[in-house]
Design a protein around this ligand. Structure first.
Ligand code: HEM
Length: 409
């Protein structure tokens, strides 16, 4: 039996005695009711219930539903560890991802290795490259008069842009894309673990090539090898960091692009605003990130604790649906509305605390440039009336299908 099926099969028959009966909700977070129609709305109904709930799925775990509580948990790494940051736990065969799985004080020195190449200053020079790749890929689909966005565009762009950023030769791209695709889209846990392992091996080969370079550059992989040469990290840690940086930006960015393009396909008035006032795209990017949050992160309790009146035992997992934080009306009035003029109240789609996303400086321009280039070349488009979009939930909220049409030229 596959690992995930085993864990699913471990759905608890008996609820632990410390869990109050009024907190128990039957929710498999991979398939909340209504997820295929609209993943975000499928979750939103949890705001009608208690702030902290417990589901018996995946061996049983807690779910925080409110922004302030998620924020507090992400700051308190001494009580809520990152070692198991997904539900169900990643399993013994998955390669370790660093810095994501480490807690302070070990986390900081590992994270610091890649801070510089992920900074806004390091990313700024590749913006024209991002723009050219986006523009070329969009131009190649324009004559078709339509596309299935996820398979024909959104899923392919993030690995390509990462390869540019990390200066990895393009001939390695197809194989890495295959692994990335499986990690992002396969519904088999076994296949996903195999792809992570395949990706790790391939990454090791790329790192090995970089080790042979005498005068290292300042891109992310070269910086990792430089830290290894200086004895700051081991070879195994190099692989874990490279994997984390590579896989961290794949499904997240392609999901964000899919939610945004679907929204724009359905909302001509928002398209018009962005086309008429180009200065809006920066605010639009932040508003889209708030409205269409992506990750269902998790933490594991290192010790028993009491949180808002419920007892969380050591070893229990807490799910943090960050997308639900962006839809919390206690923080954002009319949270379902997309308003580019909204007063910013600080979404944390990129997380908070020590693990704040290392790739946000790359993700933000990718999203902004995508909006600009797509609307420049395809200003008028809609959902294919003969087909329908399909949403999904899981570690990342995503659209698995976004069929679009536009007037042929
Ligand atoms: C819309 C796109 C993205 C979203 C929504 C996103 C979200 C997040 C979040 C919420 C975290 C915190 C994880 C935690 O607290 O456990 C995180 C961490 C991280 N992200 Fe992203 N991310 C995105 C894009 C990227 C990109 C493009 C990259 C790399 C190229 C990347 C690399 C990482 C890494 C390496 C970490 C771990 C940081 C640490 O543990 O110190 N992410 N991301």
């Amino acid at each position: 039996m596959a690992y995930q099926e085993q864990v699913t099969a471990q759905r608890r028959e008996t609820i632990p005695p410390h869990v109050p009966a009024d907190r128990v909700v039957e929710l498999d977070y991979f398939s909340p009711p209504g997820v295929t129609e609209d993943p975000h709305l499928a979750w939103k109904s949890l705001h009608d219930g208690p702030d902290i709930i417990y589901t018996p799925y995946y061996g049983g775990h807690w779910i925080m539903t409110r922004a302030d509580d998620m924020f507090a948990v992400m700051q308190d790494y001494e009580t809520f560890s990152n070692w198991e940051f997904t539900v169900p736990p990643r399993g013994p065969d998955s390669p370790v991802l660093m810095p994501n799985q480490l807690d302070p004080p070990r986390h900081g020195p590992i994270r610091s290795v890649v801070l510089r190449p992920m900074s806004p200053k390091a990313v700024a020079p590749i913006e024209p490259v991002i723009r050219k790749i986006m523009a070329d890929r969009i131009a190649s689909i324009v004559p078709k008069g339509g596309c299935e966005f996820v398979s024909e565009f959104g899923g392919n762009i993030p690995p390509e842009l990462f390869f540019e950023h990390a200066r990895i030769p393009k001939d390695k791209l197809p194989e890495m894309k295959r692994y990335a695709d499986t990690v992002a889209r396969s519904d088999s846990h076994e296949e996903r673990v195999a792809a992570r392992i395949g990706g790790a091996n391939y990454m090791m080969a790329i790192l090995e090539e970089r080790r042979q370079v005498e005068d290292l550059d300042d891109d992310v992989f070269s910086v990792i090898i430089q830290a290894e040469r200086e004895g700051r990290i081991t070879k195994e840690e190099s692989t874990s960091i490279a994997l984390n940086v590579f896989f961290g930006g794949l499904e997240t960015v392609s999901s964000a692009l899919a939610f945004i393009v679907l929204f724009l396909a359905r909302n001509p008035e928002h398209r018009r605003q962005l086309i008429e006032d180009g200065s809006l795209t920066q605010d639009a990017t932040e508003e889209f990130l708030r409205r269409f949050g992506i990750l269902n992160l998790a933490r594991i309790a290192t010790r028993p604790t009491t949180f808002k009146g419920v007892r969380i035992e050591q070893g229990e997992q807490v799910l943090l649906p960050l997308h639900l934080a962006g839809l919390d009306e206690r923080k954002f009035p009319n949270p379902l509305e997309v308003d580019f003029q909204r007063k910013r109240a600080g979404h944390f789609n990129f997380g908070t605390g020590p693990h704040r996303c290392l790739g946000s400086n790359l993700a933000r321009p990718e999203i902004r440039i995508f909006i600009e280039e797509w609307l420049r070349q395809i200003p008028d488009f809609s959902v294919d009336p003969d087909d329908k979009p399909v949403g999904a939930s899981g570690v990342a909220m995503t659209m698995t299908r976004v069929p679009l049409v536009w007037p042929s030229r």
